[in-house]
Design a protein. Structure first.
Length: 741
């Protein structure tokens, strides 16, 4: 049975008869569409009949898309030569009437993937009176939907009260009308995306964080953004939007990355992404993200009802890097992003995007996310402390080091736990191979962005993930010894290599143990907090010298604190040191570049959830909970940092711990309420002397220039050279490039 057929000839009764004859051989159901429009509902089975009188380029792309989707395809055309482009499919060709010189006809060339219509029509997507089979159009009146009109209207622009550009999202049914209720099951609908002035019909609230309006430059300069629509972590469709430095974003047929050759009339204000409604009635969640390269710039969750009587679609922003996203170039060098958010019934979606636009998706339950976080934290805790005689003792010596034997044993234990978590999160082998290739591309350590939707509790200590295959009997990579306590270490080798110099030997029968298998050692990690109120900070401020405020539990004063104080004071002016919560609040009203809290972390009951919460213990100076920090922004005098926004270092036990069952945490409170540039916190209990040493090393590295991500990676390798893996206990919630003034 053929999969591809061509009915060739001039439009008319002869060609119609030939088409009817060949369709008697084709699988049902049969859908007929106008391919020259470049966008139409994609069937999931049966035969697609596409009439194409436009260019060979467009026709070839249409055919490939439909064949790849598994459909039987019948092309109706005047081109005698088109069938010759698909010899591998052995197409069935039926001719009617005399041949037409197709190449002599001057038709515009459109980009099928971008879904562009003819140049005189400014709105892409399914046209109301075309693109849907007649038998399906007849179903619309019985579902209480308005019958389509012949000509769609261009989107109305709401008179702007501000110059900022925003994302608008509209949901339209298969008839091209705005969805005002539930959508029909098993029929296509469109999610339309535009950037610019707020548009009528957008389902996003007026408080949606805006896109930039204050950038300068040639009108042809700007950014190619990828809009990615997914459902439960599985990518449905994607497309490109060009965002100029000023003015309205648009869709065109130009190749992303090239200069524009299109005219104003060729451009559309909307990108249309098609979705097939599920069979079962109910409310489904869609996820929409805008990417610059690998980095997620802004993300939305959309709820769409299916079936009679359902509510109108609604949407909300759940992740944004900036109040106005005025510095998009900052985010163009990420190798990979991992976007997480929440679904119904305790589930979470996870979508991975690399710089080449390759995407993988999966889904996690609360139990999976919680178990992964707990197991990784437990194995890390056990590398450091042992219970003896009713107390705890450090397993490291006075120099925070271990023997080569114990160090290798620690790596083994952590690699097995990190590998188990990795396989649980990414069970598909092709997904894992795709990510490994993305992280191996380019030069230098890859930067991995974790874009966590606001309010989501799917928090995993990603630095502990181990992505190389490893089994019992796995080989030891030479880097284990060369960069551990038995080797020269980072200082003796001239610094840690950006990539494992022995990677060519990693493909062994039982896998390999290598420190570069851990994401926190091999790469630079960032978990940028989302805040629509504030732009993600690139620097804590631009005012020198750096201002440092310290919150100290006075019971920890001594030699360890004195060494930390000496490092902190070298950042700029003398540090302002407070020892109680009230004084700390007063000291930070005007902002700081570094807010350094050296205290105990402890769990408290009744704070955040039924399982308790976290608090910073300042001894006689009181306790500070995440809720207290959040209220600082509301109570007078308000703590709301704008011009000087600190990195908050929480150097206490498990200050960064977050689980699906907890409701509050310090990272969210400091960033989303008071406006901090970011937070650096611990995943587990830290022995006091080791915590002081690790963060003194971090402050020194960060103070020498560069970003938080690179400084934290440097500290991890410095500790590893002593046989110490506890550098992996710290998680940065900020831009990886965050720097001091």
């Amino acid at each position: 049975m053929w999969r591809l057929a061509f009915v060739v000839g001039d439009p008319g009764p002869d060609r119609d008869s030939a088409l009817d004859a060949i369709l008697r051989e084709a699988p049902t159901p049969v859908r007929r569409v106008d391919g020259d429009r470049g966008a139409f509902p994609v069937a999931t089975r049966g035969t697609m009949v596409v009439e194409i009188e436009s260019s060979v380029t467009l026709a070839q792309r249409v055919i490939r898309e439909l064949l790849d989707a598994g459909l039987t395809v019948v092309i109706v055309t005047r081109s005698q030569d088109l069938a010759e482009s698909f010899p591998q499919w052995s197409p069935r060709v039926v001719s009617s009437g005399p041949p037409i010189d197709y190449e002599s006809i001057d038709f515009p060339d459109f980009d099928f993937e971008a879904g562009l219509p003819d140049a005189d029509y400014a709105d892409p997507g399914i046209l109301p009176a075309e693109g849907i089979p007649a038998e399906e159009l007849e179903r619309w009146p019985t579902m209480g939907l308005p019958r389509p009109e012949a000509t769609p209207e261009k989107p109305d622009l709401i008179p702007a009260v501000r110059r900022s550009r925003v994302v608008s999202v509209a949901v339209v049914d298969g008839a091209g009308r705005a969805a005002t209720g539930g959508l029909p099951p098993e029929l296509p609908f469109l999610v339309r995306v535009g950037i610019g002035a707020p548009r009528a019909g957008s389902i996003l609230p007026p408080t949606t964080p805006p896109f930039p309006e204050e950038l300068l430059g040639d009108p042809d300069e700007g950014w190619w953004l990828q809009a990615v629509l997914s459902r439960d972590g599985q990518v449905v469709q994607s497309g490109a939007i060009f965002l100029p430095r000023t003015g309205e974003g648009f869709v065109c047929s130009c190749t992303p990355g090239d200069r524009h050759r299109c005219t104003e009339s060729d451009r559309s204000p909307w990108l249309s992404l098609s979705v097939i409604a599920p069979r079962s009635p109910g409310v489904q969640q869609l996820q929409l993200a805008l990417h610059l390269g690998a980095a997620a710039i802004q993300a939305f969750e959309i709820e769409v009802a299916v079936g009679d009587g359902g509510p109108a679609p609604v949407g909300r922003a759940v992740f944004t890097l900036s109040k106005e996203l005025a510095e998009l170039d900052r985010f163009g060098d990420r190798a990979m992003s991992i976007r997480l958010g929440d679904l119904a019934e305790g589930r979470h979606y996870l979508v991975v995007n690399d710089a080449a636009g390759t995407r993988v998706g999966t889904e996690l339950s609360d139990a999976q996310a919680g178990d992964a976080a707990r197991s990784l934290r437990a194995v890390l805790f056990d590398r450091q402390l042992s219970e003896t005689g009713g107390g705890w003792r450090s397993l490291y010596d006075d120099g925070f080091a271990k023997s080569e034997k114990d160090y290798v044993a620690d790596l083994w234990a952590m690699a097995r736990a990190g590998s188990s978590a990795y396989l649980g999160i990414f069970p598909d082998v092709d997904d894992r191979l795709t990510m490994r290739r993305a992280l191996a591309a380019g030069s230098g350590p890859a930067t991995i962005q974790v874009a966590l939707a606001e309010g989501s509790r799917a928090v995993i200590p990603w630095q502990l993930v181990y992505d190389l295959p490893i089994q019992d009997g796995a080989g030891l990579c030479p880097s284990v010894h060369e960069l551990g306590p038995a080797g020269a270490g980072p200082a003796g080798s001239g610094g840690v290599p950006d990539r494992c110099p022995h990677a060519a030997g990693h493909d062994q029968r039982h896998g390999v143990l290598c420190p570069y298998g851990f994401w926190g050692l091999a790469h630079v990690l960032e978990v940028p907090p989302s805040s629509g109120r504030m732009t993600l900070a690139a620097a804590t401020s631009e005012a020198r010298p750096a201002a440092v405020v310290v919150g100290l539990n006075a019971e920890l004063a001594g030699a360890d604190w004195d060494r930390q104080r000496a490092v902190l004071d070298r950042l700029g002016a003398a540090s302002v040191v407070t020892t109680d919560v009230e004084a700390l609040r007063d000291a930070v009203i005007g902002g700081a570049d570094l807010l350094y809290l050296f205290c105990h972390g402890r769990r408290v009951t009744g704070a955040g959830s039924s399982s308790g919460g976290l608090a910073l213990d300042f001894g006689r100076g009181g306790t500070l909970r995440p809720e207290d920090v959040s209220f600082w922004a509301e109570l007078s005098p308000a703590v709301r940092w704008e011009s000087r926004r600190p990195l908050v270092v929480l150097n206490g036990c498990y200050t960064g711990e977050r689980l699906p069952e907890t409701l509050t945490d310090f990272a969210s409170a400091f960033v989303r309420s008071t406006g901090a540039a970011g937070v650096l916190a611990t995943e587990v209990t830290m022995e006091q002397r080791l915590a002081a040493y690790a963060m003194s090393a971090f402050v020194a590295a960060w103070g020498s220039g560069g970003g938080v991500g690179a400084a934290m990676r440097q500290v991890r390798w410095q500790l590893l050279a002593r046989g110490n893996v506890m550098g992996l206990a710290y998680s940065p919630y900020c831009d990886a490039g965050l720097r001091l003034p």
